[in-house]
Design a protein around this ligand. Structure first.
Ligand SMILES: Cc1cc2nc3c(=O)[nH]c(=O)nc-3n(C[C@H](O)[C@H](O)[C@H](O)COP(=O)(O)OP(=O)(O)OC[C@H]3O[C@@H](n4cnc5c(N)ncnc54)[C@H](O)[C@@H]3O)c2cc1C
Length: 545
């Protein structure tokens, strides 16, 4: 029974929820909250990729005041360009990096519990073509399962060549001696990023995209905040804080240079490319994992949103750029290697999308190491000014990295102690036992609201493309709720169609631009500029013969 003394509390919760729904994910509201604040924040986080979003969520849910600034869109850089695996890393086990595998397997299990709508149990097959590979990889994967303990996704098995071909009909049969079946996690990287933004904002963080950190503020040589520029309006702000966390991935050295000009580089960008193909190349819901390609690397072919993502490469690059472009030799390497293992070899014309990402590898102390030898683990570094940088790591371990970073800041910056709570903190949209065949499954608990909007009128239920389920209603909901600023934000990191099928993205771009213009009250000149910019970008994702 509701007692009268509970009424103010209930009213407060209703008002708070309404406030969150109506205003909290609106950029202008967050900017107002940011600039009207008198006290310094406890934490400023620079960078809205996996690492920065993890740190912002960790610190906010401990009860600290937090602001996060992303210069572009959330997950614009490396965090939208992964292999889409939440994994322990079978290859790190082969390299003997047991502690990294332990940590990643534990985090894989935690993430699946906190975001069951985003992390799928993915079954893999390792095809073996030499007699010793079957027993060798099977032993390794039994150990992998054992290390995952109660957070294990499923049991590994060794199967014969016939059953391997039945499992993946397109697998090259000649010389096949065995197949190893194992389980790992699969996810949508940007969608997790956007859900982390919403979780952090719901918990009270000021999280902003298109807000570039242009300088560091110091008092008596100690870091005391940052200056930022709103890239949408060109307005400059100075924001104060007790701790500043540099979570800018491959761009970490730019921020370190602001702190200590001339400092030795801490990050090595290493490029990884993926090609996206039609599902007919796999004809199975199993993924393929090739543990050792001709140049000693790992190659995956993973089902993702009804497509197959094939990659990756590991090419040391000279500098970090916002929009990396696949090199011809990387594309050829993936096509040739995939052709060795599939009965139907993919050609350039089969590629629906190609995307490149830069790994923020922590630079080794000694020069001359190959990229595959550089640690995939992360590093936390503190400068004399108090600036803290978190570099390296994986999407899978973002939560643990965030916990360590905030603990480190508490110890070093003399901030009052609060315990980490993210191990059991549900991520926005969390929904147990999701129906992965529902096209809206990635939205978790938001899917009902989206469906309601789609069904609200014939205009809203209009499909944007004959081959894809996207509707006007879904796009409108995204624009209203997910802090979208540009056409690219919608097509690349909310719908993901740029990564799934770049030509289809180009086809629906004019209609999506119209919806964006109407929803945001922009003018036709703005819309045309968005379309021109998007068309230019898409050329990096399309392979021409
Ligand atoms: C090819 C490839 C495949 C991968 N596959 C997997 C995988 O399957 N599973 C897995 O767990 N991990 C994978 N990873 C690793 C994982 O993707 C990265 O570790 C992770 O995304 C890094 O996140 P980050 O936040 O550190 O960097 P980023 O995502 O690059 O984020 C840094 C952000 O900082 C912003 N920034 C820079 N300068 C400023 C500034 N001055 N002001 C404001 N913002 C700024 C940038 O715009 C950027 O968005 C893969 C990586 C690559 C490259």
């Amino acid at each position: 029974m509701v007692r009268s003394k509970h009424i103010p509390l209930i009213a407060y919760h209703i008002l708070r929820t309404t406030y969150h729904i109506l205003y909290i994910m609106k950029r202008e509201t967050i900017i107002h909250l940011l600039t009207s604040r008198v006290e310094p924040f406890d934490f400023i986080v620079i960078g809205g990729g996996a690492t920065g979003l993890g740190v912002a969520l960790d610190a906010t849910t401990r009860g600290y005041s937090v602001a996060l600034f992303e210069q572009s869109d959330f997950t614009k850089a490396t965090s939208s360009r992964s292999t889409k695996l939440v994994h322990g890393g079978v290859r790190y086990l082969a390299q003997g990096n047991v502690s990294l595998v332990f940590e990643a397997l534990r985090e894989r299990g935690i993430l699946r519990k906190n975001a069951p709508h985003l992390v799928k149990d993915q079954r893999f097959l390792i095809p073996c073509y030499r007699w010793w590979e079957g027993p060798f990889y099977f032993c390794g994967l039994v150990l992998y399962d054992f290390m995952a303990g109660i957070l294990r996704f499923g049991r590994s098995m060794c199967i014969g060549p016939k059953r391997s071909v039945k499992t993946i009909p397109n697998l090259r049969q000649k010389g096949l001696t065995a197949g190893i079946l194992y389980h790992d996690g699969q996810f949508d990287d940007s969608r997790l990023g956007i859900n982390l933004v919403r979780t952090a904002v719901d918990a009270g963080a000021c999280v902003l995209n298109y807000m570039r950190v242009t300088g560091l503020l110091k008092e008596d040589g100690k870091i005391s905040g940052v200056s930022v520029r709103d890239e949408e309006t060109n307005t400059e702000y100075t924001i104060k804080s007790k701790a500043v966390i540099n979570a800018t991935g491959v761009f970490a050295d730019d921020i370190l240079q602001m702190d200590t000009p001339g400092k030795r580089p801490s990050v090595r960008p290493s490029q990884g490319v993926h090609l996206v193909l039609d599902m007919s190349f796999l004809q199975s819901d199993y993924a393929i994992m090739i543990p050792k390609t001709s140049d000693g690397r790992v190659l995956f072919a993973v089902p993702w949103h009804d497509k197959v993502v094939v990659g990756t490469t590991d090419t040391l690059m000279k500098e970090a750029v916002e929009e990396p472009v696949a090199l011809e030799e990387e594309i050829n390497f993936i096509l040739t290697t995939a052709g060795h293992y599939l009965t139907r070899a993919p050609k350039r014309s089969d590629v629906l999308s190609v995307f490149a990402g830069l790994r923020p590898l922590a630079a080794p102390r000694s020069e001359g190491k190959k990229t595959k030898e550089i640690s995939r683990s992360h590093k936390i570094i503190r400068e004399d000014s108090g600036l803290i940088s978190i570099i390296g790591g994986k999407w899978t371990t973002y939560r643990r990295m965030a916990q360590e970073t905030v603990d480190f800041a508490i110890r070093n910056m003399r901030i009052s102690t609060h315990d980490c709570v993210t191990e059991t903190y549900p991520i926005h949209g969390a929904k147990p036992n999701p129906n992965f065949s529902d096209p809206l499954y990635v939205y978790g608990t938001d899917a009902d609201e989206i469906r309601e909007l789609i069904n609200s009128s014939p205009e809203m239920s209009e499909r944007l493309h004959t081959h894809y389920p996207f509707t006007v209603g879904e796009v409108s909901w995204i624009i209203r709720n997910e802090m979208v600023c540009t056409l690219e934000d919608v097509l690349a990191r909310r719908l993901r169609i740029l990564f799934m099928d770049a030509r289809a993205a180009l086809e629906i771009a004019p209609q999506v631009a119209e919806i964006l213009m109407a929803e945001q009250g922009k003018d036709p000149a703005w819309k045309d500029a968005q379309l021109t910019a998007f068309k230019q970008l898409v050329s990096n994702y399309i392979l021409n013969d």
